[in-house]
Design a protein around this ligand. Structure first.
Ligand code: BGC
Length: 992
């Protein structure tokens, strides 16, 4: 008996505990007629929240992206199969039917609740409801039973700063939009007899008052995929099932308990007070959320930010140096005792030890343990040095450039650096400016495409990978327009040219996810790049929505004084931060004055916070909080790995441009070869201007490359002369070698440090001493091959006529010599083409292919010489010959917004296999704003075997590729003719 009683008690207890024999709740059936906002709210989490409360339900959503009440009504009237119908059944199984009609969905289940909503952008505009709601409600009622309740789904206001076009209807103010929404939803409830409201909008606004802040959004207006959606689902749950959601045991995986608590409370309060925002700022995490990697990134940022003092914020926004500074132009005052709270350091070391020591200091001795971000200029390599970027562009092979950058990322990251100040995507049309070496030439599209490739290479798949680093697009913007080719000087850039020429590479490269950007030194028509609110905030942030980090160029904040826009360093800091420069690189303005500026209200605390937020976000993205230290990797496993060297050699080979060839190349059966000139047996000058940590001992010298290649040829070397100077004592030996030889290879040009930063040259001809040596050798009458090393296009003068062939090898890096040798021997068929025009004379500068046409096409030329360049953009010879077929287009009459396919077949009808780059240009003969004579829009490089034909296809977007922008960046597509030009073939298209 006793045993029976015990069993009975246990049975009752278990039943009470599990609720198993309780009567099942009624199955509730819910249909949301909406769009992606209702999808966010009902298609995830809601079913699970109900199940957690033992509630059975069937939930469905009628989806059309951005669907408004007007469109729903139109679909109803015509019974259009316009919807994606997403349904979650009793068992939680999801199914989807495309092409669903509203009527079929209404008939599909005996719905208990059917919701309606207005499209998000119109949700606060009541007048947009009234013309459509009565008929729509009437229509719905014809399909449902009287017991079905119609309910209203209130959507939410966008994030501050969202760039969604509809946000402008509310003056881009979140509160204005929210107030309009509650007003409209209140009226709709009164006027149309909905049973109840689901106040998701209010719930989201409530959540925004907690530590979550304004982080509920994705893509400018959508809810964050995890906690934003959960907030909405909680609101639905409580509204529909009439049970408090607070304490519900279901939450998405990876959602931190504090976030669950905050979002549940936000929803609960919204259901209690649907038309008023409840301030929940008392909900604060007690533990450090920012240290928890499972917490969403933006919340970690907000949590950390909320714990920081003004001093801690200010010091984050500075960058000093660490290690021995080897950059000639940038010798700033070294900070001896770097504070543990410093935001960023330029690290000059090649081994991680010093960095790790400094990082440990930051992690262990600062109050909040914020890791330091270490940056460095790994411009065209770290230890494996690739050709200079201008040369890389001549490869027209973005995939190869990407590979090069990913090798740089691996060597750099494993050496203790998280961030490179590369790529430079400054369009430059003046070869006197030394920095042309660092960019991708004169064309905006080429800079954009190579910029994207570099970003992909550096940043890899994920920023927190062990071999990824953050990229930095520089120098924003217009630095390449330096007047008369001088560095750091004024740039005269009209708004039209800014939008046409200098901004596109940035806008496009940002799309590949570049983490950061550097503000430039140059004065842009009166407002320097580092104090320019228009470029840094109105365009970059407001128009393009860039959320990444902006660092000033070295000392650029301080230089605002020299540029005449700031009276002192304090004012310079104020201008820079307010314009949108987050980090002060080495000006010591932010560290000295920012706290004061905030106290004096010269800088708003929100502006300070926003800059800190951007820096912290990048640190989290890079995984620095989880992995602050760089693990030790042996130098041999880190640097110059076999596969890396192959890429370096291939990139060098494809970068080299055969400028001239009278048939002397490739060399056949040469018995005696003289290799002459200051570059021939030179190592360091092969590297170019930013050699990172490249070492001379690694460099493959030209003479060695040629000797290895021409094993059966006798080779004699003579230096002949130096790069500069008057010393002709080496001429004799050089002339003897030339007389002895069948063919002479002259290795001439510029020293590596003649280009790059602070290296403007007024004279870009081949130096006199080199010219004289060439003249003497030419006089002997042997075949001469000129191999050029230089960091900019040169004016070659009589050297052209004195050479049978000219190979532009640029500054090819550590591993370019065998590529030169291979091209000379014919083992490699040259495939590079110029990314920047070679002027015939210095007086022609600036000279570039995409100029606008002249008022008189047959006049206005120079009287004293040709007006044509020596070698134009895209020039480059090959050992084979390609014939281009006629162009064809998928259609020749086009509408705005359409796409068109343009095809051309290219036949290699020469004697060698080869790689050909096909360039597609567009020209618009007339339009309201005149366009360049031609503009590059696509290119593609492919191998075409001897005797074979390749079909090249290019898809053009009428708006993007055939339209143009005005001086505010507004896009226009005009009716009329546009011409497509590929090789020597042309095709006319008509835009309707
Ligand atoms: C250059 C930048 C470089 C920075 C840091 C500046 O002088 O203009 O291109 O990234 O120094 O070294």
């Amino acid at each position: 008996m006793k045993r029976f009683r015990l069993f009975f008690i246990l049975f009752v207890a278990s039943v009470l505990f599990t609720g198993e024999v309780c009567a099942k709740e009624k199955i509730i059936r819910v249909l949301a007629i909406g769009n992606s906002f209702s999808e966010d709210a009902v298609c995830q989490n809601l079913h699970e929240l109900a199940v957690a409360e033992g509630q059975e339900c069937i939930i469905a959503n009628m989806y059309i992206g951005g669907c408004s009440l007007e469109r729903h009504l139109n679909n109803a009237r015509k019974d259009l199969k316009a919807y994606i119908y997403q349904k979650i059944g009793l068992d939680g199984v999801r199914c989807q039917i495309n092409n669903m009609t509203l009527s079929n969905a209404l008939k599909d289940e005996p719905w208990d609740y059917i919701s309606l909503q207005q499209a998000s952008g119109f949700s606060g505009i009541y007048d947009s409801y009234t013309p459509f709601l009565p008929e729509l409600i009437h229509y719905i009622k014809t399909f449902i039973s009287p017991g079905t309740k119609l309910i209203w789904h209130q959507t939410w206001a966008y994030a501050e700063g969202a760039n969604h076009i509809d946000f402008k209807k509310y003056g881009s103010s979140q509160m204005k939009m929210y107030e309009s929404i509650i007003d409209a939803s209140g009226r709709v409830m009164k006027d149309y007899g909905f049973s109840f409201i689901i106040p998701s909008g209010t719930a989201v606004q409530n959540a925004r008052t907690t530590f979550i802040g304004d982080n509920m959004n994705r893509d400018g207006y959508h809810l964050n995929l995890v906690y934003g959606r959960y907030t909405a689902a909680c609101t639905w749950f409580e509204s529909i099932f009439g049970k408090s959601v607070v304490g519900n045991t279901y939450a998405p995986k990876n959602m931190h308990p504090v976030l669950v608590k905050a979002t549940q409370e936000a929803a609960h309060q919204a259901v209690l007070h649907p038309y008023q925002r409840t301030n929940l700022n008392f909900i604060k995490p007690t533990e450090k959320l920012y240290t928890d990697p499972t917490v969403p990134l933006d919340i970690r940022v907000e949590d950390l930010l909320s714990r920081m003092t003004v001093e801690e914020k200010v010091i984050q926004l500075n960058q000093y140096t660490l290690g021995t500074n080897d950059i000639e132009n940038n010798k700033g005052v070294e900070v001896k005792n770097i504070p543990a709270e410093i935001g960023s350091l330029i690290y000059f070391g090649t081994e991680p030890e010093l960095r790790n020591r400094m990082q440990r200091h930051a992690m262990e001795n600062s109050r909040l343990g914020i890791p330091i971000l270490f940056g460095y200029d790994a411009i065209h390599g770290f230890r494996t040095i690739f050709p200079i970027p201008l040369a890389q562009a001549c490869s027209w092979n973005p995939a190869l450039v990407e590979q090069g950058c990913s090798i740089t990322a691996q060597e750099t990251k494993q050496s203790g650096i998280d961030w490179t100040f590369s790529p430079m995507i400054d369009v430059s049309r003046d070869p006197r400016w030394g920095r042309v070496a660092e960019g991708y030439g004169e064309d905006p599209y080429a800079n954009a495409i190579f910029g994207q490739a570099a970003v992909r290479g550096y940043q890899g798949k994920k920023l927190d990978d062990s071999i990824s680093i953050a990229a930095c697009l520089k120098h924003y913007v217009g630095y390449g327009a330096s007047e008369a080719g001088r560095d750091y000087v004024y740039t005269e850039i009209s708004r039209q040219t800014l939008w046409d020429t200098y901004l596109p590479p940035y806008e496009i490269s940002l799309r590949s996810g570049a983490a950061s950007l550097m503000s430039s030194f140059n004065n842009i028509s009166g407002i320097p790049g580092s104090a320019n609110h228009y470029t840094l905030t109105e365009i970059l942030r407001n128009k393009w929505g860039f959320r990444g980090l902006v660092v000033s160029d070295w000392g650029a904040v301080l230089q605002l004084i020299n540029q005449g826009v700031a009276k002192d360093l304090k004012e310079a800091g104020k201008l820079a931060l307010n314009a949108g420069v987050d980090i002060d690189m080495m000006s010591h303005s932010y560290d000295k004055y920012l706290k004061e500026l905030v106290a004096e209200k010269e800088v708003e605390p929100t502006v300070l916070d926003e800059s800190v937020r951007r820096l912290l976000r990048l640190k989290f993205q890079l995984g620095l909080f989880e992995n602050p230290y760089t693990p030790k990797t042996e130098a041999s496993a880190r640097f110059r790995r076999t596969a890396s060297l192959q890429v370096a050699e291939e990139l060098s080979a494809q970068s080299m441009v055969l400028l001239k060839n009278d048939g002397t190349l490739p060399l056949h059966a040469v018995k005696r070869l003289a290799v002459i000139g200051p570059m021939a047996n030179n190592d360091h000058d092969m590297l170019g201007c930013w050699w990172g940590h490249g070492e001379d001992k690694d460099i493959h010298k030209l003479l060695d490359g040629i000797t290895d290649e021409f094993k059966k040829t006798e080779i004699r070397y003579a230096k002949g002369c130096d790069f500069l100077g008057k010393d002709e004592s080496g001429f004799k030996e050089a002339l003897q070698a030339a007389k002895w030889a069948d063919v002479v290879v002259m290795c001439m040009g510029e020293k590596g440090n003649w280009s790059g930063e602070n290296n403007s040259h007024a004279d870009i001809t081949l130096p006199q001493i080199q010219q004289r040596l060439m003249q003497k050798i030419h006089a002997i009458g042997k075949k001469v091959i000129l191999v050029l090393a230089n960091g900019r296009p040169l004016v070659l003068g009589s050297a052209v006529d004195m050479s049978n062939a000219i190979l532009e090898m640029w500054q090819p890096g550590t591993d370019g010599a065998s590529a030169v040798a291979g091209i000379l021997s014919g083992r490699i068929n040259p495939s590079g083409k110029l990314a920047m025009t070679f002027p015939y004379s210095q007086g022609q500068i600036p000279i570039y292919y995409n100029r606008r046409s002249s008022a008189r096409s047959n006049q206005g030329f120079y009287k004293d010489m040709t007006s044509e360049p020596l070698y134009s953009f895209a020039h480059g010879l090959s050992y084979t010959h390609y014939s281009y077929g006629e162009l064809s287009a998928s259609k020749t009459t086009l509408s705005k917004g359409e796409k068109v396919k343009v095809s051309v077949s290219v036949t290699n009808d020469g004697e060698h296999d080869g790689m050909e780059t096909v360039f597609l240009y567009v020209s618009d003969p007339y339009s309201r704003i005149s366009r360049p004579v031609k503009e590059l829009k696509r290119f593609d490089k492919r191998m075409i075997r001897k005797g074979e034909t390749e079909n090249f296809e290019f898809i053009l977007d009428v708006n993007r590729d055939l339209g143009f922008v005005d001086d505010q960046g507004n896009l226009f597509v005009e009716a009329g003719e546009v011409k497509i030009c590929i090789g020597d073939k042309k095709l006319s298209l008509e835009i309707k």
